[in-house]
Design a protein around this ligand. Structure first.
Ligand code: ADP
Length: 249
């Protein structure tokens, strides 16, 4: 264990695939309550970084500390890490298309509590209340009875974020949430993540610079598996090395 103020602390993480270093001594920290944007060109290691945090990939070297250093995630499996309160949203929405918006959230709540299948479609008052709250947050209350498969791409992404919220994570990892969204949906997603960030720590990987600018949070730029630059979007986007990596090839 390691004493740190950070909620999430990646300490010298390296991961190789067949001798190729996808992560190379990657270190950075995310403070409790923060929202952090992670950018970087294709192949920079962003997905591998999230795989390491969630226990999908084991680092060759280095440690990942969670909760002010209380837990070393690199020693835990995926289930244990999820149970500590780390939720991940993958790039593509994976909602239950045949079920209603409301039932998708209910399934996410049940999934979290490990309730038996026989109780699957019964709801308690606290569950109803929580579903209402989440529907408010993700702005889908008017569509609660709609089948998820009929939602727009953006609405499916918000629903899946809602399903993640149902699991009450302390830290949300969100992978390219606005890919494929309209400009209006993109701006709506920025608002949604800012609202979520009022109570939860968020790490968002994203290519869309207008979106990252809209978030207005600290940015970490990865390149070749380590941190190339860190700071405000203005600092990072005008950093000579970042400009070179994005434009100079
Ligand atoms: P990003 O998400 O920033 O685009 P990735 O983490 O997906 O980057 O990939 C980093 C590098 O590691 C890339 O060069 C990619 O080809 C390589 N890589 C990722 N996963 C694997 C894997 N399972 N096997 C081999 N190479 C991989």
């Amino acid at each position: 264990n390691k004493t740190t103020s950070a909620l999430l602390y990646l300490d010298g993480i390296s991961v190789s695939f067949d001798g190729f270093k996808a992560l190379n001594e990657l270190s950075f920290m995310v403070e409790p309550g923060e929202m952090r944007a992670i950018i970087g060109p294709n192949g920079a290691g962003k997905t591998t970084m999230m795989d390491v945090v969630t226990g999908k990939t084991r680092p060759d070297t280095g440690d990942v500390y969670f909760g002010q250093g209380a837990y070393d995630l690199s020693k835990l499996d995926e289930t244990e890490i999820a149970e500590l309160g780390i939720g991940r949203k993958f790039q593509k929405p994976t909602v239950f298309e045949m079920h209603t918006v409301e039932d998708n959230l209910l399934l996410a709540l049940k999934n979290d509590r490990g309730v038996r299948a026989t109780l699957l479609w019964s709801t308690s008052a606290p569950q109803e209340k929580r579903i209402d709250e989440i529907l408010d947050t993700i702005r889908l209350k008017h569509l609660r009875s709609r089948v998820a498969g009929s939602l727009s791409h953006g609405q499916k992404q918000w629903l899946e974020i809602g399903m993640l919220l149902a699991q009450e994570p302390k830290l949300l990892l969100v992978d390219e949430p606005v890919a494929g969204m309209t400009d209006a949906e993109t701006m709506q997603t920025a608002l949604l993540l800012k609202e979520i960030n009022q109570t939860k720590t968020v790490v968002v990987v994203e290519h869309d610079m207008a979106f990252v600018r809209e978030l207005g949070v600290k940015v970490t730029c990865l390149h070749e598996g380590s941190v190339l630059a860190e700071g405000t979007i203005d600092q990072v986007s005008t950093n000579d090395r970042v400009v070179e990596v994005y434009l100079g090839r």
